[in-house]
Unconditional design. Structure first.
Length: 239
């Protein structure tokens, strides 16, 4: 005969033996609502993106300025002068400053070829390249040493044509002459087009002070975007 188990005395007969265990979970308790976190994550992500963009732009601006302050003068295959406005065959003060510097570089024997660039505006009798070539000849550069790229209307178009012009002659390294604020974009564009590019900015440009700073900010914006999408595509967007 089995021993008497007092715990089974009041247990209803269900065909099995079981202990009644009280459920401690309250019935009808407070429902736990989990808040959606994606709006906060989205805001944090947007803030991080804005911060990264500002840092990227700031670094690019500093590179624009530092490149403008540099001078990478050296022996190259060709010296290239970036075009600027001309007035009926007479270079503007900005273009003249570039040409004066290029003439000094050529006289130093850094290259045997000097390339001038730039087309004309509707109604102009002269192209920027033609006005530049005449100016350089008047300052002692032989006409046979000067190549003209006279159909472009932008930095990219100028350097694209210059690249083709030089590659046909087996020339690849260039010393780019422009204003300081413009120097980084010219170098990066030339490199994108397959040239080994260095810069030697003019120091006598009339573009100075707040005007120069404003141009540096503009250049930094264009370069920051151009590095991502390419300078050719940038031209198609900005015109």
């Amino acid at each position: 005969m089995s021993e008497f188990d007092p715990l089974m005395e009041n247990t209803p007969s269900t065909g099995t033996s079981a202990l009644a265990v009280a459920d401690p979970t309250p019935v009808g308790g407070v429902q736990i609502v989990r808040r959606r976190r994606w709006p906060r994550r989205l805001a944090v992500g947007a803030a991080a993106m804005v911060l990264l963009t500002l840092v990227y732009y700031g670094v690019t601006f500093l590179q624009v300025r530092s490149t403008g302050l540099s001078d990478q003068v050296r022996t190259v295959d060709a010296i290239v002068v970036m075009g600027a406005a001309q007035y009926d065959g007479r270079p503007s003060p900005q273009l003249a400053a570039r040409l004066d510097h290029a003439a000094d570089l050529w006289a130093s024997g850094l290259a045997e070829v000097l390339v001038v660039t730039g087309g004309n505006q509707p109604g102009d009798r002269f192209t920027e390249a033609e006005a530049s070539a005449n100016y350089l000849v008047d300052r002692g550069v032989p006409a046979e040493a000067i190549l003209q790229e006279d159909a472009s209307h932008s930095t990219y178009e100028s350097l694209e044509a210059v690249s083709a012009l030089l590659h046909q002659r087996g020339l690849f390294s260039v010393l780019l002459v422009s204003d300081p604020f413009h120097s980084l974009r010219t170098r990066l564009t030339a490199q994108e087009l397959g040239l080994v590019a260095y810069v030697s900015p003019t120091r006598t440009s009339p573009v100075r002070g707040s005007t120069e700073t404003a141009r540096e900010f503009e250049e930094a914006a264009g370069i920051a975007l151009g590095r991502i999408i390419g300078f050719k595509r940038l031209l198609s967007i900005t015109g």
